[in-house]
Structures are given as C-alpha cells and as structure tokens.
Ligand binder design. Structure first.
Ligand code: HCI
Length: 394
C-alpha cells in the first residue's frame, strides 16, 4: 500500500519558510508566510490572550469533551464578531473548527455533501490551499478573473463578466477582506454589485475571512460580508482567529452558514456537527475558549481591540513608508498601489526571475508570485526592499 503513494508537491509558502530558516545570511528579510511580526521580527502572544490564558488555567475545572460543534459561547461570540446584526441569529448555524483551514475544509465538505455537482468559483489568483483542498475533494471548480496585473487593483469588470457564468446552487468563494495573495479588495459598491449578481443567479457566497481587523478595522472589514448576509438567502462562511487573535498554533476558527429559515438552519447545524464528528469528533477548545473569554469580557476585549488596532495601523504605516520610498527611488507613482492595498499582503507584480534575484542576491524572501507580507518589514528594511526592487529592475 505505502509504495503506491506519490508525494504531493510541498506548499510553496511553507517551503519558503524553510528556505529562509536555512539561509545563513545576517541581513536576510522574511516577507513570506502570513504570520504577523512586530518591528523586532517577533510574533508576540497578544496581551489579552495571555491574560485570558492565565484566567483559564486558574478557573478551568475540566478538560472533558465539549459539544461536537464546539463551545456554544464561542460560536455565538464569533457569530456576533463577524455578522453583527446583519442577519437574525435564528438563521445562522455555527461550528468550531481547527483554524480557518479546518473551516474551509468543512465548508467544502458541506457543499459536496449537499450537492456533489455544484461548482465552486475561485478568484484568480487565490490562496493556494483553496485550490488544493477543492481538488482533493474532487469538487468541480471554475476560476474568475480578480487581479488586474497592470493597475494591481481588482479587475472588477473581468470578475463580473466571468461570474455571469455561475448557475443556481454554485458557490462563489470570496475573500471577506484583505485578499490573499494580492491585497486588492472590493469597494462596498462592488460588494453590492456582487450581491445583486448572486441574488439574480441563485449562487451562494462562500466567504473566507482570515484577516478581520487587519484592513480598515474590525467592523469596516466585514461591511461587504454583512451586506451579502443581509441580502442573500444563503451563505457559507469560514472565519479564522489565527491572525486577529495571534493564536495560530491553537487552531481556532468557525464555519458558519446562513440559511433561508429556522428549519434549514437547524438541519445545517446538525450537519455541521455531523461533519465534525466524521472528521475529528470534537474541535480543539483552548484557543476557542480564550477567544470567547476575550470577546465576552469588556476589559479583555478593549485591550485586544487596542492591540489589534496598533497592529493594523503599524502595517498601514509600513505600506505608506514603502510606497513613499519607491516613489522617490523610481521617480514614479508605479508602486502607489502598495498604500492602497489592505491587510498583510501585497502582490508587487515582479517576474519570477526578479523574485529569485531578490532572494539570491539580496536575501529578501517573498512568495514566487511576488506576494510580500507587509508585517515582515520594519523601518530599517523598507529602504532595503525598495533599493533591491529597483536593483532587480522591478
Ligand atoms: C499565508 O501565508 O497565506 C497564510 C498562512 C498559511 C500558509 C500556508 C498554510 C497555512 C497557513
């Protein structure tokens, strides 16, 4: 049996992490994997997370199993954080999952279980794991245009034209905010046009939201998502807590569905619990409980929001610094898009050869498609990157 196995290609982002670690050079710069880093290159445990963990150690009396769909207080707190009042609670089913990837996997399983012939539409480009999981599950897939290589913004006309091909019951995967890998995002007006198209065609949005609070703010980042939830009869949504709570390795996330009515909601909730049971029985609880304690405690929540806001503003500041540096060095506004993009990432639009030269000649590590993690920069390395980009002819 084992001799039949053919190893799959490694994840390019995780592979890059290893290449960076193995590079002995002093001044190397890591702009690869999507993990937040402060100016000293550290990924700290957030203050509110530490405080909640301390409290949890003191007060937790059992480690016995939770429910199959996770702790109801956690799933309820996440429903409120993401959807707010956009849709009545009686239409929303939620289950805890192992991180955002777990939520995507469970959402795709749900889709296949409900209708094995439905197609999922995916932005070109998208997060590579979307493609591999969809393929692994054998779900029919189509791509829609998303990124305009010229302006480095959204090719909205192309996107809408491609999405005219969706059929009732198809799912359209949309990044809730902070598009990965491009950093280019829809405006609220564009979200409204997408809502109208989905409404007219009967296709269902599948939202992946992993960076709420990293773009324009906790509520601003979900304006489009809430608009869709408020207008459409159905929605699937995968949310990650890895980045906005900094609990990456705890594997904390939720899968939500918005249903037409309470009866559909109840069968969706039962199905989410069933799918958890088939895959791993109970979802992890530690990160979920910490997140719930923070969201439901006024002081912890205020402190978390303050720290998250510092993180967000720090990344915006780095974007502005990089755009200004490049404006000056190229004597052009070619890179101004960096300041317009939102979230952790920007796709710079360098060629694969330029990306390789940046790595080999300058020790600057970015993903092969020229995606950079803005948080990997600091005041010292912004000019280093700008100079290297000019040197490789970007
Ligand atoms: C990212 O860098 O896109 C997000 C972090 C990540 C990357 C690869 C696998 C899991 C998570």
């Amino acid at each position: 049996m084992l001799s039949e196995l053919t190893p799959q290609p490694a994840d390019k982002i995780l592979e890059l992490m290893q290449l960076y670690r193995d590079d002995p050079r002093e001044g190397k710069v890591d702009l690869g994997v999507g993990v937040y880093k402060d100016a000293d290159g550290r990924t700290p445990v957030m203050r509110a997370v530490k405080a909640a963990e301390r409290r949890l150690v003191e007060t937790q009396e059992t480690k016995a199993y939770t429910g199959l769909a996770g702790d109801p207080a956690f799933t309820e707190a996440m429903r409120r954080l993401v959807l707010g009042d956009a849709v009545e609670a009686g239409r929303v089913a939620v289950a805890a999952t192992p991180g955002g990837t777990g939520a995507i996997r469970q959402g795709l399983e749900l889709m296949r279980y409900a209708d094995k012939d439905a197609t999922i539409w995916i932005s070109s480009p998208t997060w590579p794991n979307h493609l591999t999981i969809v393929k692994y599950l054998g779900i029919p897939m189509r791509e829609y245009r998303y990124f305009d290589g010229e302006s480095r913004g959204v090719d909205f006309a192309g996107m809408m034209e491609d999405l005219k091909g969706v059929k009732a019951g198809d799912l359209v995967l949309l990044h809730g905010c902070c598009h990965n890998p491009t950093g280019a995002n829809l405006t609220v007006e564009e979200w409204a046009s997408v809502a109208a198209l989905l409404e007219a065609t009967g296709a269902v949005p599948f939202i992946d939201i992993a960076y709420q609070g990293f773009g324009d703010g906790l509520d601003a980042d979900v304006e489009g998502v809430r608009l869709l939830a408020g207008r459409l009869p159905e929605m699937v949504l995968a949310a990650s807590c890895s980045k906005n709570f900094g609990v990456y390795r705890e594997r904390t996330g939720v899968l939500m569905t918005v249903a037409r009515n309470g009866a559909d909601r109840d069968s969706a909730q039962a199905t989410l619990a069933f799918l958890n049971r088939q895959n791993y029985s109970f979802p992890p609880d530690h990160g979920a409980r910490v997140v719930q304690m923070i969201l439901d405690d006024d002081d912890l929540r205020a402190d978390w929001q303050e720290e998250l806001e510092d993180v967000r503003l720090g990344m915006l500041d780095l974007r502005q610094q990089l755009a200004a540096e490049l404006r000056q060095r190229t004597n052009s506004d070619r890179f101004d898009f960096v300041a317009q993009h939102r979230g952790m990432f920007s796709r710079l639009g360098c060629s694969p050869e330029q990306v390789m030269a940046l790595r080999k000649d300058h020790g600057i590590y970015m993903v092969g498609d020229s995606r950079i993690n803005i948080a990997g920069l600091n005041a010292r390395t912004v000019p280093v990157l700008a100079e290297a980009l000019v040197a490789v002819g970007a």
